[in-house]
Write a protein that binds this ligand. Structure first.
Ligand code: E4P
Length: 218
């Protein structure tokens, strides 16, 4: 399973890249607003740090403007993935970008029917939002299972399932059990994944016992 991080915070990205665990980055207009910086500059900075796919989302809602925006975003760097919303115009734009050889992430997916349309439109990634479904009392992971099952029936579909709106490590593990291709994790969730109280307790006991030996490895 590939791990993307869901942030536009350059410091966080630089820090997490040192772990060697980050395969790419996703952003959205909310995350860009939170960064307080110019959109195009943030994306250029992220692409300088991250060699993997970096999703940058169009903000237009009509096809023609989406195409112009997407081309501008794609011109920033070769690893930019243009993110479009799962709307009629968004999927038309997806098909056009795909034909131009530009990678596309179709975002705001909340049903298997939508995921099927995204795949047929040539999406590189489809982003089902598990956390937002859970927040509304639905089962976000059931949607991932459904999409995995649908896509498995058609081996010619190359669209990757990018699990988005991830809220906790359990979401990541459940998505991995289902065979989702990618999870985009808020930095806090990636950091949470390292921790287990028995690891802390065990390490403390080892260090205490080691200090009793009076030895040093170096
Ligand atoms: C990623 O591409 C999405 O924009 C993101 O995961 C949304 O997460 P949220 O529901 O926490 O805003």
């Amino acid at each position: 399973m590939k791990f993307f991080i869901d942030t536009a915070d350059i410091r966080e990205i630089e820090d997490l890249m040192t772990t060697g665990l980050v395969d790419g980055v996703t952003t959205n207009p909310t995350l860009i607003a939170k960064s307080g910086r110019r959109f195009l500059e943030v994306i250029a900075d992220i692409c300088r740090i991250v060699p993997g796919p970096v999703s940058a989302e169009v903000t237009a809602t009509d096809y023609q403007t989406m195409i112009r925006e997407g081309q501008k975003l794609a011109s920033i760097a070769g690893n930019v993935i243009v993110k479009v919303p799962l709307t009629v115009d968004g999927l038309k734009a997806c098909r056009t970008f795909s034909g131009m050889g530009i990678g596309v992430n179709v975002t705001l997916c909340f049903s298997a029917a939508q995921a099927l349309l995204a795949a047929k439109s040539g999406a590189t990634y489809v982003s089902p939002f598990v956390g937002r479904l859970d927040d509304q009392g639905y089962d976000g992971m059931a949607l991932i299972e459904e999409i995995v099952n649908v896509y498995q029936n058609y081996t010619q579909l190359t669209t990757q399932i990018l699990v988005a709106s991830v809220r906790n490590p359990k979401h990541v593990v459940e998505a991995a059990l289902l065979g989702a291709d990618v999870g985009t994790l808020p930095p806090t969730v990636l950091k949470q994944m390292y921790h287990h109280p028995l690891t802390d307790k065990g390490l403390q006991a080892f260090l205490t016992d080691w200090s009793k030996t009076g030895q040093s490895i170096l």
